[in-house]
Design a binder for this molecule. Structure first.
Ligand SMILES: Cc1ncc(COP(=O)(O)O)c(C=O)c1O
Length: 394
């Protein structure tokens, strides 16, 4: 019977990991990973996390199931933390297994509505949105977001594309440190998008994965706060994987702001979808997050560690631009210093991207995404030289 099982597409990031493992070269470089790494290539457990875990071991009295929507206290603390005063009883919330499950619950919910809206996606964007929306049978369409050869956001094209959206449709955008481009809208562009969404009755859906990696945790929450204050209906998904370095512990949440009359129905709908899919979310990661956010000693310690991760990535970005200018006399990669977060897209076409791996052992995600956080000082030079040789050869 299983001979009927179809061939499923494998995530390009996983394919990249396989290719990297099979590459016999000793000086190969893996820029495909989607996690923070320090200068030793390690993804450390933060001290604040270790301390919170110790506290939890001593204080936890039960491991019984929580509600389907998780620990209301976790959702409340997190909701207030990221949305500030805009977060109140008018929101439906759920603790989820990372951000991916928050996205999936919402995708299921939208797809199951009697008149399913279209979800508008930026292109390129996080590689798992399309698989999540497709598995949920949700409707989606795409608008251009970034041109990797020009190294810039295609803002006018994005707005033009959105004029085809109808009232009640949803626009799925990212908060800060856009994955995979590293290019965020500036404040004027962001406000222009909100104006358009409001004027056309499009619902904002904001996905937050890298809070704290652009300016600071607090400053990076500004976008979602603006959306939460301004729109009567909106959707917020968050993963804490990166900001707390707890990738495998799966902490995330879904927040939905509804009109008062829809709130209880929305809560039941979210609970039912959680029940039939992911069921109860894991608790360890979310409990660590809650413990840190509620502790006057652990919270500043975590913010400090988050800031150290942010400054390291910013330093590597600047180092790439400075090294290229000083040692190669060019500015091909100067844009990287102006971007933020873990990722950027290399300004290479498909042939050049293949050559980068084939000729130089530098592995990137299909489409040109590199993890800047992975680079040590010597790696930056290797990358610049390889890009320079690759672009001048083709
Ligand atoms: C933009 C974005 N959203 C959501 C996620 C999902 O995060 P998690 O794997 O923690 O569920 C990621 C992970 O890389 C991401 O980059």
């Amino acid at each position: 019977m299983f001979e009927q099982v179809m061939e499923y597409p494998v995530d390009p990031i996983m394919i990249g990991a396989d290719y990297f493992a099979a590459d016999p070269r000793r000086d190969k470089l893996n820029l495909t990973v989607g996690i923070y790494q320090d200068e030793h290539g390690q993804t450390p457990v933060l001290e604040a996390v270790k301390l919170a875990e110790q506290k939890l071991i001593e204080s936890q009295t039960s491991k019984s199931y929580l509600a389907l929507t998780g620990d209301a206290n976790y959702c409340n603390v997190l909701g207030h933390e990221i949305m500030g005063q805009a977060y109140d009883d008018g929101w439906v919330s759920a603790q989820t297994s990372g951000g991916a499950v928050a996205l999936r619950v919402m995708a299921d919910l939208l797809a199951q509505m009697p008149k399913p809206p279209t979800v508008w996606l930026q292109t390129p964007t996080y590689g798992n949105y399309v698989p999540i929306l497709t598995s949920a049978h949700a409707r989606f369409a795409q608008v251009a977001y970034y041109d990797r050869l020009k190294r810039e956001i295609t803002f006018d094209q994005m707005l033009d594309g959105l004029t085809a959206a109808r009232a009640g449709d949803v626009f799925l955008m990212q908060g800060v440190c856009h994955n995979p481009t590293g290019a965020d809208m500036n404040i004027e562009q962001f406000h222009a998008v909100l104006d358009l969404l409001e004027a056309r009755g499009i619902i904002p859906w904001i996905d937050l994965a890298y809070l704290g990696f652009s300016q600071s945790w607090d400053a990076d929450c500004a976008m979602v706060r603006k959306i939460a204050e301004r729109f009567p209906e909106c959707i917020v998904c968050i993963t804490l994987s990166k900001s707390f370095g707890i990738y495998r512990d799966r902490a995330g949440a879904l927040f939905v702001k509804t009109r008062a009359g829809d709130r209880d129905r929305m809560h039941r709908a979210v609970s039912a979808i959680v029940r039939s899919g992911a069921s109860h979310a894991p608790d360890h990661g979310p409990s660590v997050v809650r413990t840190i956010l509620q502790d006057d000693i652990l919270k500043p310690r975590w913010l400090d560690e988050l800031d150290q991760m942010r400054t390291r990535v910013a330093r590597v970005r600047q180092q790439i631009a400075d090294t290229e200018r000083a040692e190669f006399g060019t500015d091909q990669l100067a844009y990287i210093a102006k971007q933020s977060g873990m990722f950027s897209l290399l300004p290479l076409n498909e042939t050049q991207e293949t050559a980068l791996t084939r000729d130089h052992g530098i592995h990137v995600v299909k489409g040109g995404r590199v993890n800047v956080a992975r680079l040590g000082a010597a790696d930056a030079k290797k990358l610049i030289r390889a890009i320079s040789e690759t672009t001048s050869a083709t």
